[in-house]
Ligand binder design. Structure first.
Ligand code: NDP
Length: 281
């Protein structure tokens, strides 16, 4: 199925809802750990399937939390993790993945990403991804924080067109990708993962978001999420350690913004008038 309301996106060979679960900074504190694991499990109960983590997050603490939260439910999850650029030589990529698998208590990832472009030759990282695919340790591979020029460079490598996603910063205050990167991906049928979709919370006090939220009796976070996924081909991965917020975020799949809402948002958050380099958090 395409997930709730048919609002799906095809990611790593699976139809998944357009909203998933980010996990940066989750698992860092013992005090909040149980609530965070509960939030992940409620997300799965609600049909959210994509869980995004990285070896970088809390030096493995996020992956360990995810491993605990999904224990016994691995099949429900489209599990995404990332290799640090400094580890992304051919053999370094394989070893980093094996460490991630141990922390996640699983034998495979659905999607493994290069966290951002680094100094290791891309062909080396790609060879590592292919080694992992052959060994059954990852199903698909992709990249993160790649701008359109870097995507073109990647696509020109042998095996490069096998890339399964680009995970990038995209929200109402970061609309640059609409001018170049999103069309590039759309033309190639490449799904995009939108990170920091509520700008790490900074978006949520905006008066225009509050006004639109009021019209629909929803929250500003739900408006920001519904906006991010409006065009299709995008999976937004908000992070929350709160069960109440994960319920809100999942319900945003059902929020249809009207042409008036979208026009108000365009005025409050204009697209840049010329292409800008991809931003990163
Ligand atoms: P987000 O934009 O997801 O914002 C997270 C913040 O928003 C948290 O403080 C959370 O607080 C709050 N929040 C979430 N939902 C709600 C809600 N419904 N109502 C009110 N507040 C809410 O920022 P992130 O930077 O965490 O991005 C999301 C994910 O994207 C990351 O966790 C990570 O997985 C990925 N990412 C990837 C990057 C990359 O380089 N590839 C870079 C940055 C992020 P609370 O816990 O209280 O709900």
């Amino acid at each position: 199925s395409d997930g709730p309301a048919g609002l799906g996106v095809r990611l790593a060979g699976r139809a998944v809802p357009r909203i998933g679960l980010g996990t940066w900074e989750l698992g860092d504190s013992l005090r909040t750990r149980d609530a965070e694991a509960a939030a992940i499990r409620v997300g799965l109960d609600l049909g959210l399937r994509v869980i995004d983590t990285a070896e970088m997050y809390g030096n493995g603490a996020s992956e360990e939390l995810v491993g605990e939260a999904i224990a016994g439910r691995r099949d429900e999850v489209v599990l995404v993790s990332k290799v640090l650029p400094s580890n992304a030589s051919r053999s370094g990529t394989v070893q980093a993945c094996e460490r991630s698998l141990r922390r996640l208590r699983t034998d495979h990832l659905d999607l493994y990403l290069l966290h951002w472009p680094g100094s290791q030759p891309l062909a080396e990282t790609l060879a590592g991804f292919q080694d992992l695919q052959r060994a059954g340790k990852i199903r698909h591979w992709g990249v993160s924080n790649f701008d359109v020029g870097e995507m073109a460079e990647l696509a020109a490598l042998a095996g490069g067109p096998g890339v399964a996603t680009d995970q990038v910063l995209y929200n109402l205050t970061r609309r640059g990708p609409e001018l170049d990167l999103l069309p590039w991906c759309r033309e190639r049928g490449l799904p995009v993962m939108a990170y920091s979709p509520v700008e790490q919370g900074r978006l949520l006090g905006h008066p225009v978001l509050a006004e639109i939220a009021g019209r629909h009796e929803v929250t500003p976070a739900q408006v920001a999420l519904a906006w991010a996924i409006r065009g299709g081909g995008i999976c937004a991965i908000p992070r929350t350690g709160s069960v109440a917020h994960v319920r809100e975020n999942a319900a945003a799949l059902h929020l249809a913004l009207t042409p008036d809402d979208l026009a108000d948002l365009d005025r409050a958050f204009p697209v840049p008038d010329r292409p800008v380099p991809l931003e990163m958090l």
